[in-house]
Design a protein around this ligand. Sequence first.
Ligand code: GLC
Ligand code: CA
Length: 563
Amino acid sequence: MKKWWMEAIGYQIYIKSFKDGNNDGIGDLKGITDKLDYLHLLGVNLIWITPFYDSPMDDNGYDVRDYFKVADCYGSIDDFKILLSKAKKLNIKVILDFVLNHTSDEHNWFLESRKSKNNPYRDYYIWQKPKVIDGMNHPPTNWGSFFGGSAWKYDEITNEYYMKIFSDKMPDLNWKNDKVIESMIDIGKWWLDLGIDGFRLDAVSHLSKAPFEDSKFSNDIVLDWFKFSNLPNNHTYLNKMYEGLFKPYDVFTIGEVGGQASIDEAIKYSAFKSNELSMVFNFDHNWHNNIHDILDLKDLKVNVLALKETLNKWQETFKKIGWLPLNWLNHDQPRLVSHYGNQNYHNESAKMLATIMYLSRGTPFIYQGEEIGMTNFPFNDLSQIDDISTLNSVKNQISKNPDNSQAIIDKALMTTRDHPRTMMQWDDTKFAGFSEVKPWFHVNPNYKIINVKDQMNDSSSIWSYYQKLFSLRRFSKYSNTLIYGTYEMIHKDDPNLFIYLRKSDNEKILVMGSFSSQNQSFDTSNYPILEVIIQNYDDISIENQIINLRPYESISYKVKEQK
Ligand code: GLC
Ligand code: CA
């Protein structure tokens, strides 16, 4: 099977921080349109834009108030049409972030729903009576929410609780109600009729909820993923979306399936023969370092073996039956070089990480700023934080453990979802070229040394390397092998080197990257070098067929067939 999206290079745009087109300090649609030529030059031909629907912005737009309207701060529907028509001219496909699990509490459906128990929209959401213990109201179950606290919120008007597995302002929709599904299909059609190419489906593993019984994990409020992740009905719901929307429009869909999606679940969602989604983003490989156990970032260590094992497991499982996105991190996780690279080898480690991920089998999805090796922000105080999930969860943890508040805050500052949300660093002028006025959120102070403009003018930059990688996939004589060839990891037990082969009928390509700041060696006698395809040092240090790999070195080459 061959599809356009298997051959694409995807790029995730976090709209609020990407580019301010009208100089009010907030990224917007016009800003994206202005940068489409830039993305085209980088080699990107598929963009995923995070939500820009009308929203009170409790969670930067993932709380949708009106799916048919563009948020004023991001522009207008006409701005979107302009974006789309320019994207079409450049052959860039556009997918939207479709939020299915919840809406804003200011969405009209919810405003109606909370009015009375017999309102026609009541069943659009999940309402339950309080659990009364000793005459006191309690949430119906002890389920915790992702952002901290209970997954239920009391509403006085009808004396019931509504479910909200994210923030209080994000009530969960009731997918048992077919009208919800029909409404979502209508929304999807409306956007597809404008000419978009598909969707990234937000939080899509959580649509179905378990029966409302307490979690056994604790007597207290506890986040129990199993109560609302990857339950069997989820597949029924997505199949309805598929039949009613994705299939008739033949569109590309990529689901965000957090919630400890086992590979078996991922197969059900996205194998070629599944009638649900084209692919899924999973998070299995996102935390293979010791970040949760350390107090100082200088102690950060990547668990290379675990990372290799996880990535290989997904590749192995999907090799004949489906397709994977190739992505490191997104707008909810730390920055790539800070998380898996090494600041002392900023350039080398950024390029190495790009190599091993984006020459694998699947569709690359890079996150804005990754192409220049943007880093985490040096947060040192909670007052610098904007993200609702960080703020809620810190508040919640401190309320349970006040003596530990400093440690709780320090930890949160290391992993907060705000790291990837600082402004895109376009150049070395004030505010990093993001805007002419002070942006809504921080600019990383390193923008004078890490920015797009400088790197585009430097053939040895991270940016130029990404461009070369993408062009290898899309336009080179190796394209077919790099896109459709098989994937086979070798030297699985090596704790420093990540090595695999991509093979097609007539060609074998070896891709290798070192995660070490010490020299490593690799014996090429079984895989002699015919032609180097891409490397992150200027030359190769090889003697008697043994390559000496310098810190974070990566090399990809065509293997000479042996007689
Ligand atoms: C997804 C998004 C995240 C958002 C959440 C709720 O996980 O990636 O940013 O907060 O869904 O919509
Ligand atoms: Ca703006």
